[in-house]
Design a protein. Structure first.
Length: 176
């Protein structure tokens, strides 16, 4: 059964927004809960993917762009941290911070939290490296100038934000 997506469009203008973007909210569905009684890890990734789609729409890499320009994006690397449980029926929100960007790449950070508590407890995070693609050639390609300009303006605004402590982490067992 396909999940019902609940979106919140909170389109703050890029020239006045000073914090991470808050473009996406979603409710944990019953079919997303696993045998441990909390949301299964796959659905954290799904929610983060929906938040990524919201950012892409926000900067102009939307469905219309994909259809008219034969361009899209691929996630080429992802790192997720799980910090707190989420249960069936709970609402979550995702903030988005552009850590870096260039002509072909977007380095994103998403933070999941409870709506209305953006400064509160982190539920999960994901850090993504996204590559812009020419779908006709199936190769990486530069984004159109207008989209790149919007993205770089957002990156510049987000440079003033603190770097999330989870960004750039590696996985491993720490030996003493």
């Amino acid at each position: 059964m396909p999940a019902t997506l609940t979106k919140t469009k909170n389109r703050k203008t890029m020239d006045t927004h000073t914090g991470p973007l808050e473009l996406h909210r979603e409710t944990v569905l019953p079919e997303w809960v696993d045998y441990n009684g909390h949301m299964n890890l796959a659905f954290y990734v799904l929610i983060f993917d929906h938040a990524t789609d919201e950012l892409l729409d926000h900067i102009g890499l939307d469905e219309s762009y994909r259809e008219t320009h034969e361009g899209s994006v691929f996630v080429v690397e992802a790192h997720v941290t799980y910090e707190n449980e989420v249960m069936e029926g709970e609402d979550v929100a995702v903030s988005t911070q552009v850590l870096d960007a260039d002509a072909k790449r977007i380095h994103l950070f998403h933070r999941m939290y409870k709506p209305g508590d953006a400064d509160g407890e982190t539920i999960a995070t994901t850090e993504l490296m996204i590559l812009h693609m020419d779908m006709a050639e199936r190769r990486s390609a530069a984004m159109p100038e207008a989209i790149s300009a919007r993205l770089l303006a957002l990156k510049k605004q987000h440079e003033a934000l603190p770097r999330p402590p989870q960004a750039g982490r590696t996985i491993g067992i720490r030996h003493k």
